[in-house]
Design a protein around this ligand. Structure first.
Ligand code: FAD
Length: 352
């Protein structure tokens, strides 16, 4: 059976919901298709101790401020899931789940959205499928030889699973630092990073990062000198558990090893560290395989966009994957603006 909607939003995480909020306000006919069984997008799958790097007031979607979590300055992932669940209900957003989109195809004046639950025809598509679903692992020699356990950030849950073990955490970003901090007390931890970890000043959290990104966007929009992006400030937000482990001297980073063998990892000078488990906190790539039939991917796997609109398929918008789809669009507070712009552009196109 083929169904029809003017706009199909693919993905019902925060980015898809923010798009839905604006599409609803503009009075458009739309549907949101989400592969998860429950509301909350990737936040449902976070490790147990994950907290946001910004306070609730700096983590809100359009329309509805995130409530404060009792006793926490930085809300935990469960609080975000609760917020997104309530957000969806409050704005009566038409989310169908679980529905997995398998391919988007050009079909004359429509885009044909194929799913595991049938086909939708749409006049416009907003893709908001995130990155959590495409973990990235670097090609380190010997990776297949290691006889211990290997997992990515997406599979990590709790230090309980590694108590007393020799664990190597790889990656100098926020996930690597937070998971290393989590494991710093009850395991024999090695934290390997490509370059020495760069902690942001202790008083800088997501608020300051967002303010910096906003100042930069304004400067660029007004043709003023580039004020510099957040990358110039550092890589790691010193959230309380990271700060505590670092200050206790438990978060010392080793340089990146050059290969793995059966028993563990080996550095360039031949030093070895035997290990029971290696946790790769090495990032993500945008989950875009459903767009492959459109053949739009260019350099670095990204699809060229102007704002959120795909340059080579004007009926397609991308939302939430990273700065290339709008400044800070892969954050809770940052996705509102590109979502609004995408919805307005879609409305303009449909009403033209
Ligand atoms: P997702 O939450 O991944 O939602 C996408 C949805 O699309 C999912 O429900 C998925 O199942 C669905 N989907 C995927 N493919 C398909 C398909 N083919 N068909 C149908 N549905 C599909 N941001 C902040 O603002 N503050 C923070 O403190 C913060 N901390 C972070 C910590 C970590 C470890 C990570 C990884 C990210 C963090 N982020 C943070 C960034 C960002 O807010 C999250 O990654 C967020 O989940 C992105 O939301 P999203 O809606 O773009 O994607």
């Amino acid at each position: 059976m083929t169904r029809q909607a003017d706009v199909v939003v693919i993905g019902g995480g925060q980015a898809g919901l923010a798009a839905g909020y604006h599409l609803r306000r503009l009075g458009l006919d739309f549907i949101i298709l989400d592969a998860q069984a429950e509301a909350g997008g990737a936040w449902q799958h976070a490790w147990d101790s994950l907290h946001l790097f910004s306070p609730a007031a700096y983590s809100s979607l359009p329309g509805r401020p995130m409530p404060v979590q009792l006793g926490e300055v930085y809300p935990d992932a469960g609080h975000v899931v609760g917020y997104l669940t309530e957000y969806e209900r409050r704005y009566d957003l038409p989310v169908r789940r679980p529905v997995r989109v398998t391919g988007v195809h050009q079909d004359g004046e429509f885009l044909r959205v194929e799913t595991d639950m049938g086909v939708w025809r749409a006049r416009a598509v907003i893709s908001a499928t995130g990155t959590w679903w495409r973990p990235f692992l670097p090609a380190v020699p010997g990776r297949a030889d290691f006889s211990g356990r290997q997992l990515h950030t997406v599979e990590y849950r709790s230090p309980r699973d590694f108590a007393g073990q020799r664990v190597i955490v790889v990656g100098g970003g926020n996930s690597g630092a937070q998971i290393a901090a989590d494991l710093a007390y009850d395991t024999d931890l090695t934290w390997a990073t490509q370059r020495p970890p760069r902690f942001l000043a202790d008083d800088i959290d997501g608020r300051a990062l967002f303010d910096t990104a906003t100042a930069r966007r304004r400067a660029l929009e007004e043709d003023r000198t580039d004020t510099g992006g957040v990358a110039s400030l550092g890589d790691i937000v010193a959230v309380p558990p990271v700060r505590a482990a670092r200050d206790a001297g438990r978060l010392k980073a080793a340089p990146m090893f050059v290969r793995l063998d059966r028993d563990g990892v080996v550095w360039a000078d031949g030093t070895r560290a035997p290990a029971d488990a290696i946790i790769w906190c090495t990032g993500f790539r945008p989950a875009l395989s459903h767009l492959a039939p459109l053949q739009l991917r260019g350099r670095r796997g990204h699809i060229a966009t102007t704002g959120t609109r795909a340059v080579d398929e004007q009926r397609l918008h991308l939302l939430g994957y990273g700065d290339w789809t709008g400044p800070a669009s892969a954050t809770l507070i940052g996705v509102g603006r590109p979502a609004r712009d995408a919805a307005r552009e879609v409305a303009g196109m449909l009403r033209a």
